[in-house]
Design a binder for this molecule. Sequence first.
Ligand code: ZN
Length: 286
Amino acid sequence: MRYKFMRFPGGKLKAVTLSYDDGIKADLKLCEILNKYGLKCTFNINSGSMGDPKKPNKLTADEIKTHMLDMGHEIAVHGESHIAPGIADPVRAITDVLNCRRTLECEFGIIVRGMAYPDTGITRVDGSNTVENIAGYLKNLGIVYSRTLGGDNDSFMLPDNWYAWMPTAHHNNKNLMEWAEKFVSISLENTYLTRQYPRLFYLWGHSYEFDNNDNWSVIEEFAEKIGKKTDTWYATNMEIYEYTEAYKSLVMSADCTRIYNPTMIEVFISVDTRNFSIKPGETIVI
Ligand SMILES: [Zn+2]
């Protein structure tokens, strides 16, 4: 064996995920478009304003349950009151994350471990804060990943740091359609062996921007272009995280002929261009 690469469920080379913030009414229209093309989104919710009658633009818990969770989308922490950890005092930011997590879990009877940094997030870090310290307390609060922003790029790589998960693009990026086209056209044919790693397209934004800019056509066009492809897995942020961590948990024999899957998730791999699946608890010989 020379090289082993992760494949997404079903042996697929590519995955697409979305991340939309603030839990606002325009998300309902976004859900309809994503459902039409089979895309999955993680919606980042501010627990403090969810269903607030003084903020009619915010989604209610019932709307989140019916239009998001029941439709296969996901919710994640976005701070009880939208506090940026990079510039807030740590105890203030910790309270904001923990209260948000507890409220969402209690309201919906689920476990919530994902997050998108609110406001300026970790793009500005002041006072006693450091990016490492923020990641450290998020880990202690049970958060396993957090999305950052401001580094759009078309590498389509999975993150090397889950606490600074950089998306591919915001939907207003002028290169969006070009990059989506490039992503769709990636195939293993004519791809050198060392470059046969999996690819992820991660789109983010706020659905109210489509109303403000009168450009819902952008997300329609994107979803139509990138949706319903047989070589692509459409997943939420947490599904991507859990699957990738399962892949990282695989155990290999010293002579590289046996691989053991100690997780509860079936994992797909490619070994020197040959595809294998390893069921939970299974050891395969390659
Ligand atoms: Zn926000």
